[in-house]
Design a protein around this ligand. Sequence first.
Ligand SMILES: [Fe+2]
Length: 307
Amino acid sequence: MIGVSMSAEERTSPEEITAAAVASFDGCPDPRLRELMRAFVAHLHAFAAEVVLTESEWRELIDSLTATGHITDERRQEFILWSDALGLSMLVDALAHPSATGATETTVLGPFYVAGSPLRGYGESMAEEPAGVPAWVHGRVLSVDGEPIPGAELDVWQNGDDRLYAVQRPEAPEDHLRGRYRTREDGSYAFVAVRPVPYPIPDDGPVGRMLAATGRHPWRPAHIHMIVRASGFRPVATHIFDAASEYLDSDAVFAVKRSLVRPFVERAADDPKRPPGIEGEWVSLELDLVLAAGEEGGEPVDPGRTA
Ligand SMILES: [Fe+2]
């Protein structure tokens, strides 16, 4: 029998493998890419070493990433869903907006944003078909100093009471439950939405299997999305959460911030303040939005859609 014997000193140690992999990026000409790849490999190796990752667990990880690629297409973005469900999206958001500026807080964009929503008039509804209890949302867009900002734009989107965004329903009118609204001279805006309902993130793929295997639920608390933009101010991509919603303390994507939780006031059909065009019971939400002066930029990249 031919054997290869090796003394303990001759064996390549896990630490040496990690050191070699990290050092392989020493010659990377882009300093930021060098920093990213070195740290990524160092942390990836540290993870495997800490948990003593087995070969079958490594195989499962590869299978899961493969399934993530296969299920992702132009309507579904499972990679963003992983990022959201592991809290990475919120961490990146927090790192991008580190200091308290006095502006409305940001939160994740999510996978359902579609650019190019129709411009709608003051007080107009964005529901193209019945989608739940009408919600009169109104307030002002202000600077941190409390000055009204005329001509600011609110780019709004939400799910209906079927828990779905229009992009998830091929048969839905394209502009259903989304719209852009401009503030008036006094900074005021108003629109008719529907009272949002909680919905589960898509859980029929690899992320859903992870949630089920780990005893986590896929639900998000009820919310309306908006991006607020104005010339000379930093845009804010955020949500407004319904204070009466379930799951505020266990959002599947960790996006709830206390300052974004607001009460929707329930109103009777015969309430004298009922805005024109609203029938039956409705709710109202008064909400001022605050922007910090600064670079405009930061326009969200279409993240792809999730069916
Ligand atoms: Fe959402």
